[in-house]
Write a protein that binds this ligand. Sequence first.
Ligand code: G3H
Ligand code: 13P
Ligand code: NA
Ligand code: ZN
Length: 318
Amino acid sequence: MLVTSKAILEASLRAHKAGRPFGVGAYNVNNMEQMQGIITAAQETRSPVIVQVSRGALKYAQDKYLVNIIQAAIELAPEIPVAVHLDHGNGMEVVQRAIDLGFTSVMIDGSLMEDGKTPSDFEYNVEVTRRVAEYAHARGVSVEGELGTLGGIEDDVGSGMTQLTDPEQAVEFVERTGVDALAISIGTSHGAYKFKGEPKIAFEIIEETRRLLPDTYLVSHGSSSVPPEHVALINRYGGKMEAARGVPLDALEKAVARGINKINVDTDIRLAATGAVRKFLAENPQEFDPRAYLKAARAAIAAEIKKRMEAFGTAGRA
Ligand code: G3H
Ligand code: 13P
Ligand code: NA
Ligand code: ZN
């Protein structure tokens, strides 16, 4: 069943207030096998789910292919609440396109300029986010904004510098923009190379933002755990990802306990798929039917997402 992300995240917020927190995974989708892996995991764990689509995904799938694939999953799994979310919208144009396509939730990332790489100033962020929130809310669509800059790669281009979120500024941002959800920068970054040394999350920023904004859904981007076993599989079968490192699942569970409601995961899906395909092709050199290796990718994606649905606590809530 298609729902807004607000419907799913409100349950997470209430559970946190009741002292039994759970987090909602938001998984990126680009093609049929990823969507099938995600919905299979949701069905097998009876989990509500947010599926999110980046600008890059819309371009890759010419909008329509992807929207219809997502629609098929929703039709075939009517018992699962599914929110369809635009990931890292960079301005009004793509937000309007997503809403026209039937998305129930949009992110406007005004922490960067429209080029997707230059950090913006606070007033620019407030203005672009406020306009999007007004437009989306008038159409019943949930809105996520972002304050702060993630280290490493923001969406398609490296921004290089980390700017952790200031909780007091977050209060002003939410008041002036009217967003439902806020992505905060707590030391994570996008992609497979998040930390040079030990993973370090600014848990105190989550706690303080949660205390000051008790009714805002808090979002953690760059939350792939980069499972060492997938990295090892990729490296064993011809890949080269030696220094890959993510946010361990227990750190994400701690983040949820402190008030994170939405946990963005894309890289782990890519790693699971790539590891499975590399292994399958190495072990079956005579095989040339894409269905054979994509089936392996799909199964690996489903298994990885099931683990997160159980760890984050959405399992059993659909
Ligand atoms: O935040 C970035 C997401 O992982 C989407 O990545 O722009 O390569 O689709 P993408
Ligand atoms: P990862 O690169 O850690 O999967 O983060 C994905 C994300 O934040 C999408 O918005
Ligand atoms: Na940002
Ligand atoms: Zn992100």
